[in-house]
Design a protein around this ligand. Structure first.
Ligand SMILES: [Zn+2]
Length: 58
């Protein structure tokens, strides 16, 4: 199968497919969004855990 290789990150791309690693701004935004999602998940997990503890002790 024919593919292009991104010269920046080495990712295999479909012909004509741009690699988003070249857009530094977008990459930073994605990283920030991913970090925010992780924090949200951690908080939700925390909340579930305290609800769980409440159920156990009461
Ligand atoms: Zn790339």
């Amino acid at each position: 199968m024919y593919y292009n290789e991104c010269p920046y990150c080495g990712a295999h791309l479909d012909p004509g497919e741009p690699c988003d690693c070249r857009d530094e701004k977008e990459l930073r935004l994605k990283k920030r969004q991913a970090a925010e999602i992780r924090i949200t998940e951690m908080l939700e997990e925390d909340e579930r855990w305290s609800q769980e503890k409440l159920r156990i002790c009461c």
